[in-house]
Design a protein around this ligand. Structure first.
Ligand code: ATP
Length: 356
């Protein structure tokens, strides 16, 4: 496999305000990447630099091995063979769906253009709507037209900027999965930016969590959830609480709920192998809602303080005997009342601990 996109040590600032610092990542052919982060973290700026709307202050960008941006210089967007899908669809309201999709195909003969448009509309599941106008379609359908239009000229890379933000929450994840299937089927390399982790998880093979202009962790969705490298990632991705703990040795941490076994991938091994573990480092241990298992047979009881019904499960906020709180994801058949004490036990696979 070869890299389609290589972003190396990208830095940018607006007037005197630094917005990107040392951003590096790459995408292999056919891979779907995502930049995920809160508003203002710099993800749209990265996307704009890749599209060529602006030149970076530092670092460079390569597309299929060709340098397209370096400090103070940017190959124009139209010369990059990049497709873009925006949050607001950006369709031409006065053109039919077919003519919208044909927009980037003016270099083709009429027959080739018509057959490409037809193939693209089939790909996005809108074959029968070629003569409709954008206002006659739902938001999700309009976004699929925008996708067909972006894919029609055969881009080397597809950029998607918050593509599902205008849609209902229920539709977002469904469309994200559909778009993923289309991109995978067509072998398209793509980069999505979003602040919505459900969208990111539904679509991407690999995600870079951004904060204050830096990528905090570039990893698979699974690793971001189960092995976050710092508190920001732990907090931003998924739910959970940090409980105080003490490192007993370099394979065990003790928290109020018991002793957790396993390799301790903490940021407390700065000095190589955490020589101080034996001395009982004070740490905070990440406990996710799925790490707490409801078990009637357990002697460890916790009080239900809050509950949120989520269909298939409840998210309980439980108060431990020592006063700490944890979240627990429990099958919705177990409908317990506020104030009730229920048995729980730990089911932790990976210990994630941060130095206090
Ligand atoms: P959002 O999700 O809100 O779009 P983002 O993570 O995409 O946020 P950016 O749009 O990349 O963030 O912006 C990063 C920072 O750069 C923000 O503080 C923003 O105010 C600033 N910024 C972005 N564009 C400009 C500009 N043209 N001039 C000055 N500052 C800008």
């Amino acid at each position: 496999m070869s890299s389609i996109l290589e972003v190396a040590d990208l830095g940018h600032r607006f007037t005197d305000k630094p917005v990107l610092d040392g951003v590096s990542f790459s995408l292999e052919e056919g891979q779907i990447g995502c930049l995920l982060g809160p508003s203002g973290c710099g993800k749209t700026t990265v996307l704009r630099l890749i599209a060529g709307f602006d030149a970076p202050r530092a670092g460079d960008i390569r597309l299929a091995g060709e340098r397209v941006s370096s400090p103070g210089w940017a190959l124009p967007p139209e010369a990059r063979r990049i497709g873009m899908v925006f949050q607001d669809y950006a369709l031409f309201p006065h053109l039919s769906i077919a003519r919208n999709v044909a927009f980037g195909l003016r270099h083709l003969h009429a027959e080739a253009r018509a057959s490409r448009v037809e193939a693209m509309l089939r790909t996005v599941g809108l074959a029968g709507r070629a003569e409709a106008y954008p206002h006659e379609l739902s938001g999700g359908q309009q976004q699929r037209v925008a996708l067909a239009r972006a894919l029609a000229p055969g881009p080397r890379l597809l950029l998607l900027d918050e593509p599902f933000s205008n849609l209902d929450v229920e539709l977002r994840e469904k469309l994200a999965l559909e778009v993923r299937d289309i991109l995978k089927h067509e072998g398209i390399t793509a980069l999505l930016v979003t602040h919505d982790q459900h969208e990111a998880f539904a679509m991407a093979d690999v995600i870079g969590v951004m904060h204050q202009g830096r990528i905090q962790q570039w990893d698979t969705p699974y690793n971001l959830y189960h092995q976050p490298v710092n508190r920001f990632v732990a907090d931003f991705v998924g739910q959970g609480v940090l409980l105080p703990g003490e490192v007993i040795n370099n394979r065990q941490v003790e928290i109020e709920l018991g002793v957790l076994d396993g390799y301790i991938p903490t940021d407390c091994d700065d000095d190589g192998g955490c020589s101080r573990c034996e001395l009982g480092c004070q740490v905070e241990v990440l406990i996710r809602p799925d790490d707490i298992i409801h078990d009637d047979a357990s002697l460890l009881l916790a009080e239900v303080e809050r509950k949120a019904f989520r269909g298939a499960d409840f998210l309980y906020t439980l108060r431990l005997p020592g006063g700490q709180r944890v979240l627990a994801q429990v099958d919705s058949h177990h409908n317990h009342a506020i104030g009730e004490r229920i048995g729980i036990r730990l089911g932790v696979d990976h210990v994630v601990a941060f130095r206090k």
